[in-house]
Design a binder for this molecule. Structure first.
Ligand SMILES: NC(=O)c1ccc[n+]([C@@H]2O[C@H](COP(=O)([O-])OP(=O)(O)OC[C@H]3O[C@@H](n4cnc5c(N)ncnc54)[C@H](OP(=O)(O)O)[C@@H]3O)[C@@H](O)[C@H]2O)c1
Length: 256
């Protein structure tokens, strides 16, 4: 069943930059009520200035263990229910195996996996209260499909998100809540501008958000793009380990 993203009450995390900011603007143009979350309150304030009657700001660092209780209470202060929840906040850092950094793993896990789970915990009671075809959307990554070089922290956090949402989808089905998982390839944002390697088939935020909105409105369970990148990675995950390792090794950069 298709449900248009208009006149809905939506909570969007990671709305201050990149994919989330582009998505926020598109959802506001489509006349939705939007609760926006990120750490950078001043950036969120600009959205509020541009769309004063549609935006509510809940600034929060989702990597903080107290975020689940804080967000649950703040959301309940502002709305009785949520129709759509889009959990998009995330960071990316890459591992150097010659100088293994446990703090990096902790930062990525606390934001991309545990931070995301804290948001789910905060949102579930309000999604359950929606009478408007409730929908939970998580922004994972193409890297969730198979282990890629230097992605021991990032790729794992996104694969954990995927697994979590696949389980949750089964458990919230009787409650009438749909669950979608988004797997973007490379999108030109602050996050990818830090990368020092080639990023094939990179998309603009505009192109990525177009795909996301289409997929969310169609209630697709898996929303992945661009196909030219997704299919080779998915294929890698279907090959015998000896072959996928051989192909994967071609992607490993030899150090300096
Ligand atoms: N760009 C890509 O190629 C790509 C590919 C696959 C998946 N993704 C995923 O897409 C999502 C958006 O990424 P992006 O490329 O748009 O990156 P971005 O431009 O860096 O935006 C990330 C967003 O997440 C928020 N965020 C980060 N840490 C947070 C925290 N601890 N608490 C609350 N909010 C936090 C940031 O806000 P503040 O800094 O203001 O807190 C920002 O709004 C991420 O989950 C990313 O993993 C991106």
């Amino acid at each position: 069943m298709a449900v248009e993203l208009t006149n809905r009450t939506i909570w969007l995390t990671g709305a201050s930059f990149g994919i989330g900011l582009e998505l926020a603007e598109r959802l506001l143009d489509k006349n939705n009520q939007l609760i926006v979350t990120a750490r950078s309150e001043t950036v969120l304030q600009k959205l509020k200035t541009d769309y004063p009657d549609q935006v509510t700001i809940i600034a929060c660092d989702i990597s903080d263990p107290s975020a689940a209780d804080y967000l649950k209470a703040e959301l309940a202060n502002h709305v009785e229910s949520l129709d759509t929840v889009i959990l998009n906040a995330g960071i990316c850092e890459y591992i150097d195996v010659t100088d293994f950094d446990m703090d990096l793993v902790d930062r990525v896990t606390q934001t991309n996996y545990l931070g995301f789970v804290r948001c789910v915990a905060a949102a579930l009671p309000l999604l359950t209260g929606s009478r408007n075809n409730p929908h939970l959307v998580g922004v994972s990554s193409a890297s969730a499909y198979h282990g890629l070089p230097r992605a021991e922290a990032y790729g794992t956090s996104k694969a954990a998100m995927r697994h979590f949402l696949q389980s949750l989808r089964l458990d919230v089905f009787p409650l009438g809540i749909d669950v979608s998982i988004v797997y973007p390839g490379f999108v030109d944002t602050r996050l990818t501008r830090a990368n020092d390697f080639d990023m094939p088939f990179q998309m603009t935020t505009d192109q990525a958000v177009e795909q996301m909105i289409k997929g969310i409105e169609k209630r697709k369970k898996e929303i992945s793009f661009p196909r030219r990148l997704i299919w080779p990675i998915r294929l890698l995950s279907m090959l015998p380990a000896s072959l996928s390792t051989e192909l994967g090794q071609k992607l490993v950069r030899t150090q300096g």
